[in-house]
Structure formats: C-alpha cells, structure tokens
Design a protein around this ligand. Structure first.
Ligand code: ADP
Length: 289
C-alpha cells in the first residue's frame, strides 16, 4: 500500500520508529493528513501526489522561517521526502483545542512581533506556493512593484487562462495599472509574513498557546496578512486589539484591504473555480471608490 512506503521513508528520514497506529485526520483543503504514532511521540503527516513535492519544500522552509523568528509558535518540521508516487511532510503533532478564540489576543500580539522581523527586500530567497498555486518571490526593492507584478499580475494571468470573465479581467487590469493610488505616501517595511493567514490556518493549545501553520512566507507589507484575516473571518476583535496594541497600523490601511484580498480571491478562483467570482466583483466594487 502506498502509505506504507511513505511511512518507511519517514522512519528512515526522521530516524524514528512508527507504530502500526495511523489515523486519517480532518481534511485539509489540499492534502491528505494523518496522525502517526511513533517512538518519539505523535507526528502530523501530510501526503500529496509527487507533484506536491515543491509545495511541501516551500511550506517546510516557511515553517522554519517562522520558527526562527521566535514570535509566533508553529509546528516543528520533523522531515520531508518523496517516494516514487508521493510527496510527504511530517510535522510535530500539536494537540489543538476546539475553540482557539481565548488565544486570539495573544496571536495578535505575537503576529505583530513576527512582522517586526524585517528583510532587506520584498520577496523571499525562494519561490513557494499559495495553496497549490505557484507563488513567485523574486525580490524587488519597491513594494508596489512587487504587489503589482509578483502578486496581482501573476494571478491575473492564471485567472485569464482559467476563464476569468472579460469584464473582471478589464477591471483587474485597471486596478493593476493604477495601483499606486491606493498607497499615497505609505511605504511599508518588508515584514516576515505568514502569507496565507485565513481562519483555518491557526489554532491554539489547551494552555492557550496560539500556533499558525500552512504558511506561504515572504517579506511584504504586514497589512497583507491582516487583510487576509478579514477575508473569511475567524479571528475576532481581541486579535485586532492585541495586534494594534503591539504595533498600530498606519492610517489608510482600510483602503488597501480590498487590494490585498483581491490577490487571495484570484487565487481562490484559480484553485476552486467560479464560486469566487461574486467575492471578486465585490472587492473590485470597493476598489472603485
Ligand atoms: P492543508 O495544507 O491540506 O490545508 P493544513 O496544514 O492546513 O492542511 O492542516 C489541515 C488541518 O490539520 C488543520 O486545519 C489543523 O486542524 C490540523 N493540523 C495542522 N497542523 C497540525 C499539526 N502540526 N498537528 C496537529 N494537527 C494539525
């Protein structure tokens, strides 16, 4: 069976002995996930087809960058590898509580501390993925160039190939063409970002320690992370209070929420299809004002 090969590989790469106990756990949006018992404690194992290897390599590098910043907890990488047919990523198992909300204020504070880790350019030393979509991170010196070309422009080209309606394409091109107008004289620092911070990508332990996972890391405007927290909800006022108390956002951030979420929504259109057109039209409407 295919999973047996993955487990053999995991034992070899991580130097751990897995027991026969393997349990499939709640579906992620992209991969299959398992809890594997091992001599060194439980392991969270994500498995995808071999095409997922680059995605897992980018995810593991992102988790390590977040851990190195020592601001927000994130699961440690146990090992990653490939069999003939499958790519896999093994992480420290975190016992999450059902309702993470009691840890939301702390997550806000710790995310601000993570954002205080800055780079010397916008982008990252490697490309990664957002969901399973490629995410190019070739550095730029100017944030506005980065957001226009590496983010909106890149997803737009994919979306056009995936059948984005002409009227949406035309509007997104207008937004891209005039992107400076959303910034005025705001010039963000290159903060270490989670990159895919929706409500399904954080949790908390029973002791109230917040964790983020499944990142799409790069150096960029911290407002992009915060905009995404508002896209599908799941964070709550204490989170924003915690963040603002630690490092208040610059005036004018509200104008850019739709600009940042347009990227995430184009990606959702590219990953999951036309069900996201309504939200795309909604943010385009906000960007008209
Ligand atoms: P996908 O990339 O497929 O979306 P995720 O990394 O988001 O998968 O994980 C799917 C679910 O598994 C999460 O919503 C979370 O509840 C749980 N999970 C993620 N990481 C861990 C971990 N290290 N330990 C235990 N459970 C985890």
């Amino acid at each position: 069976m295919a999973l047996d090969q993955v487990l053999d590989d995991l034992e070899r790469e991580a130097g751990i002995a897995c027991t026969a106990e393997v349990r499939a756990v709640g579906c992620g949006s992209i991969n299959r996930a398992y809890r594997v018992e091992s001599g060194a404690g439980p392991v969270f194992l994500k498995v995808n087809t071999i095409e997922g290897a680059a995605m897992f390599a980018g995810e593991a590098a992102g988790l390590e960058a977040i851990r190195e910043a020592r601001a927000v907890e994130t699961p440690a990488v146990v090992a990653l590898g490939e069999t003939d047919d499958f790519a896999w990523l093994a992480l420290e198992w975190i016992e999450f509580r059902a309702d993470p909300q009691p840890a939301a204020e702390r997550l806000g504070r710790e995310l601000a501390a993570m954002h205080a880790h800055t780079g010397s350019y916008f982008g990252w030393h490697r490309d990664n993925t957002i969901g399973s979509t490629p995410q190019p991170n070739t550095p730029t010196e100017e944030w506005i160039d980065f957001w226009r070309d590496r983010r909106l422009g890149f997803q737009l080209e994919l979306a056009v190939r995936n059948g984005l309606p002409h009227e949406c394409e035309r509007r997104v091109r207008e937004v891209i063409g005039g992107v400076e107008r959303y910034f005025g004289d705001y010039r963000p620092e290159p903060s270490l970002l989670h990159g895919d911070l929706w409500g399904g990508n954080w949790g908390a332990t029973r002791n109230g320690v917040p964790y983020t996972f499944d990142p799409a890391v790069y150096f960029g405007d911290r407002e992009a992370d915060l905009a995404m927290t508002r896209l599908f909800g799941g964070f709550g006022e204490p989170f924003y209070k915690g963040y603002q108390a630690a490092w208040p956002l610059a005036p004018g951030w509200k104008r850019r929420v739709a600009l940042y979420n347009l990227y995430q929504l184009l990606n959702h259109f590219n990953l999951f299809g036309s069900g996201y057109l309504g939200r795309i039209r909604e943010v385009l409407g906000l960007l008209d004002r």
